[in-house]
Design a protein. Sequence first.
Length: 116
Amino acid sequence: MHELGVVFYIADSVEKIAAENQAEHVSRVVLRIGEVSSIVNDDLEDCWKWNAKRRPMLDGCELKIETVPALTYCEDCGGKYETVVHGKICPFCRSERTYLLQGNETEIKEIVVDDI
């Protein structure tokens, strides 16, 4: 389960950013996770809850996940299409000269801290 490692990395990053801004407690973290990132959101949320209890700055912190849809670009016809529905082959021209534009990212979008 690589979600645990992802959670450790995100929690460390959030704590560092919060500390740099003199925050004592983080109440919510919003993540943007790509549809084809290979992260299982339910597992990530379970790991987050477990890990947040172990860290005073994150204890009780809510994790919100926004899914970024996967979008692919075709180099031959210039078309853009939904990756999950069509895969690597362009539905417009049947080319395999395609690449992912978005949908594989994992980003911290927002950190909400408690008022001091």
